[in-house]
Design a protein around this ligand. Sequence first.
Ligand code: ATP
Ligand code: MG
Length: 333
Amino acid sequence: MAKHTICLIEGDGIGHEVIPAARRVLEAMGLDLEFTEAQAGYEHFLETGTSVPDRTLETVMAADATLFGAATSPSHKVPGFFGAIRFMRRKLDLFANVRPARSHPVPGSFEHVDLVLVRENTEGLYVEQERRYGDTAIADAVITRGASQRIGEYALNLARRRRNKLAVVHKANVLPVTQGLFLSTIMEEAKRNYGDVQAYDVIVDACAMHLVRHPQSFDVIVATNLFGDILSDLTAGLTGGLGIAPSGNIGLEHAVFESVHGSAPDIAGQGVSNPTATVLSAAMLLDHLGEAEAARKLETAVDTVLQEGPRTRDLGGSASTAQFTDALIARVK
Ligand code: ATP
Ligand code: MG
């Protein structure tokens, strides 16, 4: 059995609850795992003046993969503060933001949905190049062939491991230069090297409607940064919402997995948070490390407990984080 080193970062708020819960579950699985710990986030910034210290970057880089709890994003601009995940995405070149949406036995989840949204994580409108001339404000959207090629190949390879379908989301009808470069780069790569994958283009607004009306028709979706950001909240909403949705920030060398939800300050410290999103992120992490069998076992255990209970408060139950976690552990042992 291969040994893996996993870096754990609790972050802020309920991160202090969901990461220890996920760790207990991982420890119960009988894998050869070693855990390291590091600090990052807004609380760390308030204590030390930096949200991601160098030591944390080193620990993340030394690990085989990282599981991140949650980060607070202050609603106003705080001088000197930068978001921990955004910083790591840049520093570690985590170019792919991967967000699976699979049906779960919880209220509000559509049935038979099994898709993965792949969001380009490094450019587009998120290069943060904004300026203002009097009453005119301008933001740059940067699209490069290199980044489009890289995210396209990632999405095509993923489609190949799944149901061989890739929707390339764009708005090239209005933005033929930037969106057109993204679209043509991926479609050409698909034609050249992925004859087995059915790659097709979908305009982003139509994609939003199709996702709500026929989410079952999608397999892998690839999109530029902003469109991917918006659509991935939509897909999280299709399958049970924030408490459940996992994600991965994946690069060639490093990977950081995290729940889609934030630090939930309204319930932090009460021991009632739902660790499902973090546990499912841990399953993605195991998959990434080549432990596919363990990953499936963990996902199945989550769905069994979601189905049979006990459920946490956000899903209409009354279980604490610990009670839910105990039930999960009983299923993965
Ligand atoms: P942040 O600034 O950290 O993003 P937020 O106020 O946006 O904080 P979110 O974490 O995004 O809060 O959560 C939005 C809502 O969903 C909150 O009411 C929160 O309690 C709830 N929620 C989010 N994650 C969970 C979870 N894992 N378990 C239970 N409830 C959750
Ligand atoms: Mg939030």
